[in-house]
Write a protein that binds this ligand. Structure first.
Ligand code: ADP
Ligand code: ADP
Length: 228
């Protein structure tokens, strides 16, 4: 199989703090990769760099086009282009679902499609299908405040998947949930890479989450010290 994303010797510093140094990582389709390490070791920085949320100081990040017509270099994209690229190609799940409280669950899931220019009717229809796939059929009319923590996080996963991204990035996606709910949410996330052309990257403090991923990349002081 051929890789989806390749980061080579990427580095990032904030003032005198080196958040990431010489980190190299390749994402293959169908794999779930955990990024672990103590607080401040650079996990979020690595995730944000791979996802094109922040620009790196050194190194290269290239992403293969889904149609197989070559690769794109994240570093050479202007900020606006990088944002558009993220919207179409990547999905994001954060620790707190970050759902828009004034919108219904269905509208929240439809949001990336609306931003990408879909019609409202088409976006809501796709959102409903995605909600159903995550066992949330019937909850589309609820607002985030009327959902349990686990339901809200699965709505956030539906939103991350609705554009059909090739890579899903999750930052401590189960960090705010009790262990039983966390397991359900992790199941839903891992299902997104089952026999798929997609890759999943999860930043986590939780050994049980890491243990269920195909690979673990461990960071210490901004360096990848162990990868399996
Ligand atoms: P995590 O819970 O993943 O360890 P942090 O609490 O370290 O996250 O950071 C949360 C957010 O704040 C990140 O987006 C990170 O880039 C930013 N951040 C972390 N440390 C600093 C800092 N010293 N100054 C400004 N922003 C920071
Ligand atoms: P982790 O996610 O493992 O907690 P981070 O990637 O958030 O680690 O942070 C790595 C290092 O970079 C830490 O020392 C953090 O304080 C620093 N850092 C992260 N983001 C910022 C920022 N926006 N401004 C200044 N320092 C930051």
């Amino acid at each position: 199989t051929t890789w989806l994303l390749r980061a080579e010797r990427i580095g990032k510093h904030y003032g005198h703090t080196t958040a990431l140094r010489d980190a190299s990582l390749t994402l293959q389709p169908g794999e779930a990769v955990a990024i672990t390490g103590p607080s401040g070791s650079g996990k979020s920085t690595l995730l944000h760099a791979l996802a094109g949320i922040i620009a790196v100081d050194t190194g290269d990040i290239v992403v293969r086009r889904p149609d197989g017509s070559g690769v794109e270099d994240l570093a050479t994209l202007a900020d606006a282009e990088r944002s558009a690229f993220r919207l179409h190609r990547f999905g994001f799940v954060f620790q707190q679902g970050l759902l828009v409280p004034e919108l219904t669950a269905g509208e929240n899931v439809a949001l990336p499609l609306l931003l990408a220019g879909s019609s409202r009717a088409q976006a809501l229809q796709r959102a409903d299908a995605e909600l159903a796939r995550l066992d949330l059929a019937g909850l589309g009319e609820r607002r985030p405040g009327q959902l349990s923590g686990g339901q809200a996080q699965r709505v956030a996963i539906a939103r991350a998947l609705v554009t059909g991204p090739t890579i899903v990035f999750a930052d401590e996606p189960t960090g705010a949930l009790d262990s039983r709910t966390a397991e359900d949410v992790l199941d839903a996330l891992l299902a997104t890479v089952d026999g798929d052309a997609r890759a999943l990257v999860i930043v986590t403090h939780d050994e049980r989450v890491a243990a269920r991923c195909d690979r673990v990349v461990h960071l210490l002081d901004g360096r990848i010290v162990d990868a399996r």
